[in-house]
Design a protein around this ligand. Structure first.
Ligand code: NAP
Ligand code: MG
Length: 401
């Protein structure tokens, strides 16, 4: 059989631990036998980040900007324990944070649904995608432990010296105080990424904040979304037969619970952080969650939503058998290859991605899965496979399709 040719390389960002182990098996078993893979390879493993003073992360993000599509393996974000374990020169920043800052994107996360892993919410028939704004708010806050009586003020000093001043509170005793911010530019990027993604995936877009209470802060989010929608997207949405609507966050939560799914839920940074964990658990498992970073100028970075699965890796190092779920990592690859096919007009590549995803789902639905899923499935006569055998089982299903 002739392999599918590619014209533009995919940016390949390799990573750490168990996901790095799976990375190679996935390539050997599920990609390279079928696709004449063209990739520009970057080793984002912690040792190489340390050796290059993290330059490799920056280079890979710039390559993502240049070529448009990347696939990323999970990576270690160093903490004190990792400093020692890897003898690091510095506590390097989270690669995802660095890449996000360079691409200026929004993160979209959607569950991969299969028969036998039922959502805990009975009405959900289709996946719900969370679009999380990844800048500002409480993640870039300034906080004060208020020691005792006194006045707290919010003061903005313009470059020309003009002052805007508001009293936050007159404290009669100790308390706490917090300042947060956001930028029109970042909110506008977030809005455009969401509108583009909705058009791309032909799904309705919901957006919700608490603008009735936060009459300036949250209202700015609502207004920017509305202005951009009217000026740039309304016609395209109507043509695509999809809907954008804004509602209050509490109303959105209530509606989500009663919905069928099948839409994108755009969330401010904190809401997205919390709600994406709720959605992934309610759909079954973090190992069954796809994640893609989309920049406002249409660059894509596909990854798994979970980490490097450190506990399994230590077992692997001891020569013990592991049963690590590779589904999200496989879908990161198929997502990237499908997008590459779409951009380059290579329909065989898109068909390959569809067929491989179908093979993954059929394999699980036939009762062959990793331990994490075997524990929660409603299917009977299930075989829990080890990491490698699960990937081989997918290859068999693929070949038989
Ligand atoms: P994790 O890798 O997501 O794993 C946490 C636990 O969830 C695992 O121990 C395992 O549970 C279960 N799990 C996650 N993915 C699984 C899979 N594919 N198959 C089966 N079970 C899975 O989180 P962590 O152990 O807290 O973090 C490890 C490293 O990942 C950290 O260094 C962190 O910095 C990094 N991280 C990277 C990213 C990223 O690159 N996007 C995201 C998050 C974390 P059991 O042990 O019970 O089987
Ligand atoms: Mg979280």
């Amino acid at each position: 059989m002739e392999k599918i040719r590619m014209t533009t390389p995919i940016v390949e960002m390799d990573g750490d631990e168990m996901t790095h182990v799976l990375w190679k098996i996935i390539k050997d078993e599920l990609i390279c036998p079928y696709v004449d893979l063209k990739s520009e390879y970057y080793d984002l493993g912690l040792r190489n980040r340390n050796a290059t003073n993290d330059q490799v992360t920056i280079d890979s993000a710039n390559a993502n900007k240049k070529y448009g599509v990347a696939v990323k393996c999970a990576t270690i974000t160093p903490n004190a324990a990792r400093m020692k374990e890897y003898d690091l020169k510095e506590m390097w920043k989270s690669p995802n944070g660095t890449i996000r800052a360079i691409l200026d994107g929004t993160v979209f996360r959607a569950p991969i649904t299969v028969k036998g892993i039922e959502p805990y919410v009975r009405t959900w028939k289709k996946p719900i995608t969370i679009a999380r704004h990844a800048y500002g708010d409480v993640y870039k806050n300034v906080e004060i432990d208020v020691p005792g009586p006194g006045k707290a003020e919010l003061l903005f000093t313009g470059e020309d010296g003009t002052e805007i001043r508001e009293t936050v509170f007159d404290y009669k005793g100790p308390g706490v105080l917090q300042g947060i911010h956001n930028l029109d530019k970042s909110i506008a990027s977030f809005a455009r990424s969401c509108f583009n993604y909705a058009l791309d995936t032909k799904q309705d877009l919901w957006f919700a904040t608490k603008d009735t209470i936060s009459k300036k802060y949250d209202h700015t989010f609502k207004d920017i979304f509305q202005e951009i929608y009217e000026a740039e997207y309304k016609e395209k949405f109507e043509k695509a037969g999809i809907v954008y609507f804004y509602t209050l966050i509490d109303d959105a939560v209530a509606r989500v619970m009663k919905s069928e799914g099948g839409f994108i839920w755009a969330c401010k940074n904190y809401d997205g952080d919390v709600m994406s964990d709720m959605i992934s658990s309610a759909f079954g498992s973090l190992a069954m969650m796809t994640s893609v970073l989309v920049s406002p100028d249409g660059k894509y970075e596909y990854e798994a939503a979970h980490g490097t699965v450190q506990r399994h890796y230590y077992k692997y190092l001891k020569g013990e058998e592991t049963s690590t779920n590779s589904v999200a990592t496989i879908f990161a690859w198929t997502g990237a290859l499908r997008k590459r096919g779409e951009l380059d007009g290579i329909s065989e590549l898109e068909q390959y991605a569809d067929r491989m995803e179908k093979a993954v789902i059929q394999t699980i639905e036939s009762g062959k899965m990793t331990k994490d899923l075997a524990l929660i499935t409603s299917l009977e006569n299930v075989t829990a496979l080890n990491s490698e055998d699960f990937i081989r089982a997918i290859r068999q299903t693929y070949d038989a399709l």
